[in-house]
Design a protein around this ligand. Structure first.
Ligand SMILES: [Zn+2]
Ligand SMILES: [Zn+2]
Length: 213
């Protein structure tokens, strides 16, 4: 599994292209906006867009979804149905944060814990990791030891839980009981900021390190 990170929107959200080297088929994870830039990168890399994957439905992650579907016709997979209310609220989110007006959409497939999604000949495992939003999912490639974790975990921080239906204890459990068991050497792409590994966060993250007990 190859990847390329494209920070989009004023929130510099890490929209990520994941692709299968064999087939050159690609998925866009979290097309929050700046769709022209995302499409240009796909063309530049000589990839064929196969689908959209969503970790959760906050505007900076999902705001460009309807437009990308309009331009390419590809299906949407994710997030978990717990984020339906965030999708329904996208027009209000765009007003609140001064984003261009966005349209709501209906995922072609809601995802659940234990599901698998494919990108070309590659397979990603789906983990349901609520806390930041109730329907947040994480995409994990065991073969590449790589995860796209959205706003669950960051280098040196964790996702906000002060939104409707956010929950701090649930988020901590998602990180400790679902992400960290994947292994210290697993690298992750967060929704914002630089990459890290689960091992590095277990040692140094002020919110979820092992020493925090
Ligand atoms: Zn978020
Ligand atoms: Zn975000």
């Amino acid at each position: 599994m190859k990847y390329s990170i494209i920070p989009v929107t004023p929130f510099q959200q890490n929209c990520t292209l994941l692709w299968c080297e064999e087939s050159k088929k690609a998925a866009v994870v979290d097309p929050g906006g700046d769709i022209a830039v995302v499409l240009a990168r796909i063309a530049e890399l000589g990839l064929e867009l196969e689908k959209i994957l969503l970790t959760h439905a906050h505007i900076d992650h999902a705001g460009g979804t309807a437009e990308l579907v309009k331009q390419t016709g590809v299906p949407i997979e994710g997030p978990h149905i717990g984020d339906q209310f965030w999708i329904d609220g996208l027009p209000q989110q765009s007003q609140m944060f001064g984003f261009p007006q966005v349209e709501i959409f209906t995922p072609d497939r809601w995802l659940e814990e234990g599901d698998r999604v494919t990108v070309g000949n590659e397979t990603l495992e789906v983990l349901h990791c609520p806390g930041h939003t109730p329907g947040h999912v994480v995409f994990y490639s065991p073969e590449s030891q790589l995860a796209q974790v959205g706003d669950v975990l960051f280098q040196g921080s964790i996702g906000r839980t002060d939104f409707p239906k956010g929950d701090h204890a649930t988020l901590i459990s998602s990180i400790r009981e679902k992400l960290f068991p994947l292994g210290d050497s697993v690298a992750f792409i967060p929704g914002h900021g630089p990459m890290s590994t689960f091992g590095h966060e277990r040692k140094t993250n002020p919110f979820v390190s092992d020493s925090r007990g």
